[in-house]
Design a protein around this ligand. Structure first.
Ligand SMILES: Cc1ncc(COP(=O)(O)O)c(C=O)c1O
Length: 398
């Protein structure tokens, strides 16, 4: 087997299972997992109906490029949402089976192993960026996202010599696990660096539709390009998904959009890889990209949960004011995220994810995820509020 497989790190949930393995939680309390990154709200029913209505089309092979109607629906959505101009459905858009698959596959297709191949990732981070880089023969470069820098990477901390070895920079906005939103100015600073040092920006925007202030939707990378008049989106690619927006993580549907010079070769790679989206799923996706009412209702539900949880936890935990995503990223009293996680599980049967499991230690030995935990506020309001109450009770007892 490929020896690079040995370089893959244990997934955070494997580490969490090991951490909790010898702990017996109180049986009188039902388990509340605040760990899962999977939406629990009802899936968008219009998409499910379209899926059923088109089930007979399972009898046909789909094309890698997807149906023109799907690419059109994606273009219409992205144009409206991000104020774009002239996004070409034939050359600048490709449907994919969710962002996870596309992020992984894109790195395999894009990395040039014949020269230094660093892949910059935010730290802490969604683990696929790192695994994709390692399996493509690249070397991750961890860009720490610390509180003092708004939980965003400090682009000016990277030297010109290092940038020259970078082939791909991942951004995640809104961020998992921090919820931080990249402002337009940061996107534009990175675009300038990409031009100077010739790298690709891959912007993971799968949480872009889960924002708390209706008047302030998070900006995106293509929006930053459009504001610069850069309508060829040179060196830029965005990754979007229906998983969080429409509560359809099982549909496995998303898209990549941006630079035609990147989409073209990626399409060629995907033809061989064999990952075209089946036709009923494409119909379901069209329906979902064309409807905003269900997304607004989804945001309303998250707003309610965030408000309730914030009220309970703000007096006892310090966390950045959530702007978007469905995560809370609090610092733990005492500063030891693993010990906190274990004790909380042992005493209150509530599971959280230690922040250090999503990060890597920098050269100075400091892991920017440590001292925090990730709380996913995805369950029904009642269960999430009960989880928050137990967390508070646990902290107040310490
Ligand atoms: C930051 C981030 N990117 C990508 C994904 C993958 O989502 P999907 O493949 O369902 O689009 C997730 C899922 O949790 C995520 O948290």
């Amino acid at each position: 087997m490929n020896p690079d497989l040995d370089a893959l790190k244990p997934y955070p949930f494997e580490k969490l299972a090991a951490l909790k393995a010898d702990v017996t939680p109180p049986t009188a309390l039902a388990h509340i997992p605040l760990t899962i990154g999977e939406p629990q709200h009802a899936p968008y029913i219009g998409a499910l109906e379209a899926l059923v209505a088109h089930q007979q089309e399972m009898a046909r092979y789909p094309a890698t490029t997807g149906m023109p109607e799907l690419r059109q629906a994606i273009v219409a959505w992205a144009t409206q949402r991000f104020g774009l101009e002239g996004l070409d459905p034939d050359t600048q858009v490709l449907p994919v089976n969710g962002t996870r698959e596309a992020i992984f596959a894109f790195v395999q297709a894009a990395l040039d192993r014949s020269r230094p191949a660093r892949v910059a990732v935010p730290n802490p981070f969604y683990q696929i960026y790192e695994g994709a880089a390692l399996l493509a023969g690249g070397t991750p470069l961890y860009l720490d996202c610390r509180a003092e820098h708004g939980f965003r990477p400090n682009l000016d901390a990277v030297s010109a010599d290092t940038w020259r070895e970078v082939q791909i920079v991942f951004l995640c906005s809104p961020g998992n696990p921090t919820g931080a939103v990249t402002p337009l100015a940061d996107f534009q600073r990175l675009i300038a660096l990409a031009d100077e040092h010739d790298f690709i920006i891959a912007s993971d925007e799968c949480y872009s539709e889960l924002y708390l202030d209706e008047k302030a939707p998070p900006p995106g990378l293509l929006q930053a390009c459009a504001a610069l008049g850069r309508h060829d989106y040179r060196r830029c690619l965005v990754f979007h998904s229906l998983s969080k927006r429409s509560n359809l993580p099982g549909l496995r549907s998303g898209f990549v959009a941006g630079d035609a010079a990147l989409i073209g070769p990626f399409k060629r790679y995907r033809t061989y890889h064999g990952c075209a989206m089946s036709l009923p799923l494409q119909h379901a996706s069209i329906t979902a990209w064309q409807d905003e009412d269900h997304v607004l209702a989804n945001r309303d539900a998250y707003r309610e949960t965030f408000a309730a949880v914030t009220e309970i936890l703000a007096p006892v935990m310090d966390f950045p004011t959530p702007e978007a995503s469905f995560y809370l990223w609090p610092a733990v009293p005492g500063g030891d995220d693993e010990a906190f996680t274990r004790a909380l599980y042992a005493e209150e049967n509530v599971s959280v994810l230690p922040g250090s499991y999503m990060g890597r230690a920098a050269a100075d030995g400091h892991n920017p995820g440590s001292g925090r935990v990730r709380l996913a506020l995805v369950a029904e309001l009642e269960a999430t509020v009960e989880g928050a109450r137990r967390l508070r009770r646990f902290i107040e007892r310490q």
